[in-house]
Design a protein around this ligand. Structure first.
Ligand code: CP
Ligand code: NVA
Length: 331
Protein backbone atom coordinates (compact mmCIF):
# COMPACT_ATOMS: atom_id res chain seq x y z
CA UNK A 1 0.00 0.00 0.00
CA UNK A 2 1.41 3.43 -0.92
CA UNK A 3 2.31 5.68 2.01
CA UNK A 4 0.47 8.95 2.34
CA UNK A 5 2.55 12.11 2.37
CA UNK A 6 2.59 13.64 5.82
CA UNK A 7 2.68 17.33 6.49
CA UNK A 8 5.64 17.55 8.89
CA UNK A 9 4.88 20.18 11.48
CA UNK A 10 7.51 22.28 13.21
CA UNK A 11 7.45 21.06 16.81
CA UNK A 12 6.78 24.03 19.01
CA UNK A 13 9.84 25.32 20.82
CA UNK A 14 7.87 25.15 24.08
CA UNK A 15 7.24 21.44 23.66
CA UNK A 16 10.90 20.77 22.90
CA UNK A 17 11.94 22.64 26.03
CA UNK A 18 9.33 20.78 28.08
CA UNK A 19 10.66 17.39 26.95
CA UNK A 20 14.37 18.10 27.58
CA UNK A 21 15.61 16.18 30.61
CA UNK A 22 12.41 14.20 31.10
CA UNK A 23 12.01 10.43 31.70
CA UNK A 24 9.83 8.05 29.67
CA UNK A 25 8.65 5.35 32.09
CA UNK A 26 5.08 5.19 30.79
CA UNK A 27 3.66 6.62 27.57
CA UNK A 28 1.23 8.43 29.90
CA UNK A 29 4.17 10.48 31.23
CA UNK A 30 3.64 12.45 28.00
CA UNK A 31 0.79 14.76 27.05
CA UNK A 32 -0.97 14.15 23.70
CA UNK A 33 0.87 17.22 22.36
CA UNK A 34 4.23 15.80 23.47
CA UNK A 35 3.51 12.43 21.81
CA UNK A 36 2.64 14.29 18.61
CA UNK A 37 5.84 16.37 18.84
CA UNK A 38 7.98 13.21 19.16
CA UNK A 39 6.20 11.62 16.18
CA UNK A 40 6.53 14.80 14.08
CA UNK A 41 10.27 14.80 14.74
CA UNK A 42 10.45 11.03 14.03
CA UNK A 43 9.05 11.64 10.53
CA UNK A 44 11.61 14.42 10.00
CA UNK A 45 14.60 12.33 11.13
CA UNK A 46 13.42 9.48 8.89
CA UNK A 47 13.20 11.85 5.89
CA UNK A 48 16.38 13.83 6.66
CA UNK A 49 18.76 11.64 8.72
CA UNK A 50 21.86 13.63 7.71
CA UNK A 51 20.44 16.78 9.36
CA UNK A 52 20.80 15.02 12.73
CA UNK A 53 24.15 13.28 12.08
CA UNK A 54 25.96 15.21 14.83
CA UNK A 55 23.03 16.24 17.01
CA UNK A 56 24.12 13.95 19.87
CA UNK A 57 27.89 14.17 19.36
CA UNK A 58 29.80 12.38 22.15
CA UNK A 59 26.63 11.68 24.17
CA UNK A 60 26.82 8.41 26.08
CA UNK A 61 23.77 6.13 26.44
CA UNK A 62 23.86 3.13 28.78
CA UNK A 63 21.43 0.22 28.34
CA UNK A 64 20.76 -2.36 31.06
CA UNK A 65 18.61 -5.26 29.79
CA UNK A 66 17.23 -7.95 32.13
CA UNK A 67 15.44 -9.59 29.17
CA UNK A 68 16.41 -10.60 25.62
CA UNK A 69 16.09 -8.16 22.74
CA UNK A 70 16.82 -7.85 19.04
CA UNK A 71 14.88 -4.79 17.86
CA UNK A 72 14.99 -2.57 20.94
CA UNK A 73 18.69 -3.02 21.59
CA UNK A 74 19.76 -2.56 17.99
CA UNK A 75 17.43 0.34 17.20
CA UNK A 76 18.58 2.27 20.28
CA UNK A 77 22.20 1.55 19.33
CA UNK A 78 21.75 2.55 15.68
CA UNK A 79 19.77 5.64 16.73
CA UNK A 80 22.51 7.00 18.99
CA UNK A 81 25.43 5.85 16.80
CA UNK A 82 24.03 7.65 13.74
CA UNK A 83 23.51 10.90 15.64
CA UNK A 84 27.09 11.07 16.88
CA UNK A 85 26.71 9.43 20.27
CA UNK A 86 27.69 6.06 21.70
CA UNK A 87 25.85 3.12 23.29
CA UNK A 88 27.11 1.01 26.17
CA UNK A 89 25.16 -2.26 26.53
CA UNK A 90 25.09 -4.15 29.83
CA UNK A 91 23.64 -7.67 29.74
CA UNK A 92 21.62 -7.88 32.94
CA UNK A 93 19.88 -11.18 32.10
CA UNK A 94 21.80 -13.13 34.74
CA UNK A 95 21.25 -10.83 37.73
CA UNK A 96 18.35 -8.44 38.31
CA UNK A 97 19.07 -4.74 38.63
CA UNK A 98 19.29 -3.64 42.24
CA UNK A 99 20.72 -6.97 43.46
CA UNK A 100 24.42 -6.09 43.61
CA UNK A 101 23.90 -2.43 44.44
CA UNK A 102 20.84 -0.30 45.21
CA UNK A 103 19.14 1.44 42.31
CA UNK A 104 19.70 4.77 44.07
CA UNK A 105 23.47 4.19 44.29
CA UNK A 106 23.59 2.99 40.69
CA UNK A 107 21.78 6.14 39.59
CA UNK A 108 24.19 8.41 41.46
CA UNK A 109 27.10 6.74 39.65
CA UNK A 110 25.56 6.59 36.20
CA UNK A 111 24.53 10.24 36.06
CA UNK A 112 28.21 11.23 36.44
CA UNK A 113 29.15 9.35 33.23
CA UNK A 114 26.24 9.15 30.82
CA UNK A 115 23.50 11.38 29.38
CA UNK A 116 20.68 8.83 29.27
CA UNK A 117 19.78 5.46 30.85
CA UNK A 118 17.73 2.86 28.94
CA UNK A 119 16.25 -0.05 30.91
CA UNK A 120 14.49 -3.31 29.97
CA UNK A 121 13.20 -4.94 33.14
CA UNK A 122 10.72 -7.32 34.70
CA UNK A 123 9.45 -5.01 37.46
CA UNK A 124 8.18 -1.65 36.19
CA UNK A 125 9.17 -0.18 39.58
CA UNK A 126 12.85 -0.78 38.75
CA UNK A 127 12.44 1.84 36.02
CA UNK A 128 10.41 4.33 38.05
CA UNK A 129 12.84 4.02 40.97
CA UNK A 130 15.86 4.63 38.75
CA UNK A 131 14.04 7.62 37.24
CA UNK A 132 13.34 8.97 40.72
CA UNK A 133 17.04 9.02 41.64
CA UNK A 134 18.86 9.69 38.35
CA UNK A 135 19.23 13.30 37.24
CA UNK A 136 19.55 12.18 33.58
CA UNK A 137 16.60 10.86 31.52
CA UNK A 138 15.56 7.24 32.09
CA UNK A 139 13.76 5.44 29.24
CA UNK A 140 11.58 2.32 29.54
CA UNK A 141 12.70 -0.15 26.86
CA UNK A 142 10.01 -2.62 28.05
CA UNK A 143 8.83 -3.62 31.49
CA UNK A 144 6.15 -6.09 32.54
CA UNK A 145 3.72 -3.13 32.55
CA UNK A 146 4.52 -1.12 29.42
CA UNK A 147 6.49 -0.82 26.18
CA UNK A 148 6.21 2.90 25.34
CA UNK A 149 8.96 2.99 22.68
CA UNK A 150 7.12 0.27 20.75
CA UNK A 151 3.91 2.31 20.82
CA UNK A 152 5.71 5.41 19.49
CA UNK A 153 7.03 3.47 16.48
CA UNK A 154 3.66 1.80 15.91
CA UNK A 155 1.70 5.05 15.86
CA UNK A 156 4.36 6.57 13.60
CA UNK A 157 3.69 3.63 11.24
CA UNK A 158 -0.06 4.23 11.47
CA UNK A 159 0.46 7.93 10.63
CA UNK A 160 2.48 6.92 7.54
CA UNK A 161 -0.41 4.75 6.38
CA UNK A 162 -3.41 6.82 7.43
CA UNK A 163 -2.24 10.40 8.10
CA UNK A 164 -4.26 11.97 10.93
CA UNK A 165 -5.29 9.22 13.35
CA UNK A 166 -8.35 10.93 14.87
CA UNK A 167 -11.24 8.50 14.43
CA UNK A 168 -9.06 5.64 13.16
CA UNK A 169 -10.38 2.22 14.26
CA UNK A 170 -7.44 0.50 15.93
CA UNK A 171 -7.95 -3.03 17.28
CA UNK A 172 -5.66 -5.13 19.45
CA UNK A 173 -6.49 -8.81 19.97
CA UNK A 174 -4.70 -11.18 22.33
CA UNK A 175 -3.08 -10.75 25.73
CA UNK A 176 -3.74 -7.53 27.67
CA UNK A 177 0.00 -7.16 28.24
CA UNK A 178 2.73 -4.49 28.32
CA UNK A 179 2.46 -3.77 24.59
CA UNK A 180 -1.34 -3.64 24.79
CA UNK A 181 -1.16 -1.13 27.68
CA UNK A 182 1.12 1.29 25.83
CA UNK A 183 -0.90 1.00 22.60
CA UNK A 184 -4.16 1.66 24.44
CA UNK A 185 -2.78 4.80 26.10
CA UNK A 186 -1.21 6.09 22.88
CA UNK A 187 -4.38 5.51 20.86
CA UNK A 188 -6.28 7.55 23.44
CA UNK A 189 -3.66 10.32 23.31
CA UNK A 190 -3.86 10.56 19.51
CA UNK A 191 -7.67 10.39 19.34
CA UNK A 192 -7.81 6.97 17.65
CA UNK A 193 -10.67 4.67 18.60
CA UNK A 194 -9.26 1.62 20.35
CA UNK A 195 -10.89 -1.79 20.77
CA UNK A 196 -9.14 -4.46 22.80
CA UNK A 197 -10.32 -8.08 22.43
CA UNK A 198 -8.88 -10.47 25.01
CA UNK A 199 -9.87 -13.73 26.69
CA UNK A 200 -11.55 -13.36 30.09
CA UNK A 201 -8.91 -12.88 32.82
CA UNK A 202 -6.39 -11.52 30.28
CA UNK A 203 -7.83 -8.00 29.91
CA UNK A 204 -5.56 -4.97 30.24
CA UNK A 205 -5.12 -3.73 33.82
CA UNK A 206 -8.11 -1.77 35.10
CA UNK A 207 -6.03 1.25 36.14
CA UNK A 208 -4.46 1.52 32.67
CA UNK A 209 -7.93 1.31 31.09
CA UNK A 210 -9.16 4.02 33.46
CA UNK A 211 -6.17 6.22 32.56
CA UNK A 212 -6.86 5.66 28.84
CA UNK A 213 -10.56 6.51 29.27
CA UNK A 214 -9.67 9.74 31.09
CA UNK A 215 -7.38 10.77 28.20
CA UNK A 216 -9.99 9.62 25.65
CA UNK A 217 -12.62 11.87 27.23
CA UNK A 218 -10.45 14.83 26.27
CA UNK A 219 -9.24 13.66 22.83
CA UNK A 220 -12.57 12.18 21.62
CA UNK A 221 -11.35 8.60 21.31
CA UNK A 222 -13.66 5.64 22.10
CA UNK A 223 -12.22 2.81 24.21
CA UNK A 224 -13.89 -0.62 24.04
CA UNK A 225 -12.72 -3.65 26.01
CA UNK A 226 -14.42 -6.91 24.95
CA UNK A 227 -13.89 -10.66 24.79
CA UNK A 228 -15.25 -11.48 21.31
CA UNK A 229 -12.35 -11.46 18.80
CA UNK A 230 -14.62 -11.19 15.73
CA UNK A 231 -16.55 -8.23 17.17
CA UNK A 232 -13.24 -6.63 18.13
CA UNK A 233 -11.84 -6.85 14.62
CA UNK A 234 -15.06 -5.95 12.74
CA UNK A 235 -14.51 -2.88 10.57
CA UNK A 236 -11.03 -2.19 11.98
CA UNK A 237 -8.51 -0.09 10.02
CA UNK A 238 -5.62 -1.77 11.83
CA UNK A 239 -5.43 -5.14 13.59
CA UNK A 240 -2.56 -5.68 16.06
CA UNK A 241 -1.54 -8.72 18.04
CA UNK A 242 1.38 -9.79 20.23
CA UNK A 243 2.55 -13.10 21.70
CA UNK A 244 0.14 -14.90 24.05
CA UNK A 245 2.95 -15.50 26.55
CA UNK A 246 5.32 -12.61 27.26
CA UNK A 247 8.85 -12.84 28.60
CA UNK A 248 8.67 -13.78 32.27
CA UNK A 249 5.41 -15.74 31.86
CA UNK A 250 6.89 -18.76 30.02
CA UNK A 251 5.68 -21.15 32.76
CA UNK A 252 2.07 -20.31 31.68
CA UNK A 253 2.61 -21.08 27.96
CA UNK A 254 0.92 -24.51 27.93
CA UNK A 255 -2.08 -23.26 29.87
CA UNK A 256 -2.45 -20.17 27.67
CA UNK A 257 -2.21 -21.82 24.23
CA UNK A 258 -5.80 -23.18 24.04
CA UNK A 259 -7.27 -20.08 25.72
CA UNK A 260 -5.77 -17.80 23.05
CA UNK A 261 -6.55 -20.03 20.04
CA UNK A 262 -9.76 -18.14 19.09
CA UNK A 263 -7.74 -14.90 19.11
CA UNK A 264 -5.26 -16.08 16.47
CA UNK A 265 -5.02 -13.51 13.66
CA UNK A 266 -5.55 -15.60 10.54
CA UNK A 267 -7.11 -14.82 7.15
CA UNK A 268 -10.60 -15.59 8.48
CA UNK A 269 -10.29 -13.16 11.39
CA UNK A 270 -8.70 -10.51 9.10
CA UNK A 271 -11.67 -10.86 6.70
CA UNK A 272 -13.84 -9.16 9.37
CA UNK A 273 -11.64 -6.03 9.32
CA UNK A 274 -11.97 -3.27 6.71
CA UNK A 275 -10.73 -4.39 3.30
CA UNK A 276 -7.92 -1.78 3.49
CA UNK A 277 -6.92 -2.89 7.03
CA UNK A 278 -3.27 -3.35 7.93
CA UNK A 279 -1.85 -6.04 10.21
CA UNK A 280 0.61 -5.08 12.97
CA UNK A 281 2.82 -7.01 15.40
CA UNK A 282 5.67 -5.76 17.60
CA UNK A 283 7.75 -8.91 16.89
CA UNK A 284 9.12 -11.40 17.69
CA UNK A 285 6.12 -13.38 16.44
CA UNK A 286 5.39 -16.97 17.32
CA UNK A 287 4.47 -18.05 13.81
CA UNK A 288 1.18 -19.94 13.53
CA UNK A 289 0.41 -19.35 17.22
CA UNK A 290 -0.97 -15.80 17.65
CA UNK A 291 -0.67 -15.06 13.89
CA UNK A 292 -0.50 -17.27 10.81
CA UNK A 293 2.29 -17.11 8.24
CA UNK A 294 -0.30 -16.07 5.64
CA UNK A 295 -1.17 -12.89 7.57
CA UNK A 296 2.33 -12.11 8.88
CA UNK A 297 3.87 -12.45 5.40
CA UNK A 298 0.79 -11.22 3.53
CA UNK A 299 0.10 -7.94 1.75
CA UNK A 300 -1.64 -6.33 4.74
CA UNK A 301 1.33 -6.82 7.07
CA UNK A 302 3.41 -3.74 8.02
CA UNK A 303 5.49 -5.48 10.70
CA UNK A 304 8.87 -4.62 9.19
CA UNK A 305 7.89 -0.96 8.76
CA UNK A 306 7.11 -1.01 12.48
CA UNK A 307 10.54 -2.54 13.19
CA UNK A 308 12.28 0.09 11.03
CA UNK A 309 10.37 2.89 12.71
CA UNK A 310 11.61 1.80 16.14
CA UNK A 311 14.92 3.38 15.11
CA UNK A 312 13.44 6.66 13.84
CA UNK A 313 11.02 7.08 16.74
CA UNK A 314 13.72 6.39 19.34
CA UNK A 315 16.10 8.75 17.57
CA UNK A 316 13.46 11.48 17.90
CA UNK A 317 12.88 10.53 21.53
CA UNK A 318 16.60 10.70 22.36
CA UNK A 319 16.97 14.03 20.54
CA UNK A 320 14.12 15.59 22.50
CA UNK A 321 14.95 14.15 25.93
CA UNK A 322 18.58 15.21 25.45
CA UNK A 323 17.56 18.72 24.41
CA UNK A 324 18.68 18.40 20.77
CA UNK A 325 15.36 18.55 18.90
CA UNK A 326 14.68 20.17 15.55
CA UNK A 327 15.04 23.70 16.87
CA UNK A 328 18.36 22.89 18.51
CA UNK A 329 19.74 21.19 15.39
CA UNK A 330 18.60 23.79 12.89
CA UNK A 331 19.54 26.95 14.78
N1 CP B 1 9.52 -5.49 19.67
C1 CP B 1 10.57 -5.60 20.49
O1 CP B 1 10.68 -4.93 21.51
O2 CP B 1 11.50 -6.51 20.07
P1 CP B 1 12.73 -7.01 20.94
O3 CP B 1 12.19 -7.79 22.10
O4 CP B 1 13.52 -7.86 19.99
O5 CP B 1 13.52 -5.83 21.41
N1 NVA C 1 4.81 -8.73 25.19
C1 NVA C 1 6.09 -9.16 24.71
C2 NVA C 1 6.71 -8.11 23.87
C3 NVA C 1 8.07 -8.43 23.33
C4 NVA C 1 8.62 -7.33 22.49
C5 NVA C 1 6.98 -9.51 25.90
O1 NVA C 1 6.96 -8.76 26.88
O2 NVA C 1 7.66 -10.52 25.86
Amino acid sequence: MASKTLAVLEPEAGLEAALAGRDLCSISDLTPQEVSAILDLAHDVKAHPSSYRHALDAKQMVMFFEKSSLRTRLTFETAINTTGGNAIFVDQTQSPLGERESLADMSRNLERWVSVIVLRTYAHETITEMAQYASVPVINALSDLEHPCQALADFMTLQERFGNLKGLKFTYVGDGNNVCHSLLLTAAQLGAHCTIGTPKNYAPKADIVAQARAIANVTGSDITIINDPIAAVSGADAVYTDVCTSMGFEHEATKRAPIFKPYQVNETLMSHAASHAIFMHCLPAHRNAEVTDAVLDGPQSVVFDQAENRMHAQKALLLLLLGAGKKAVKK
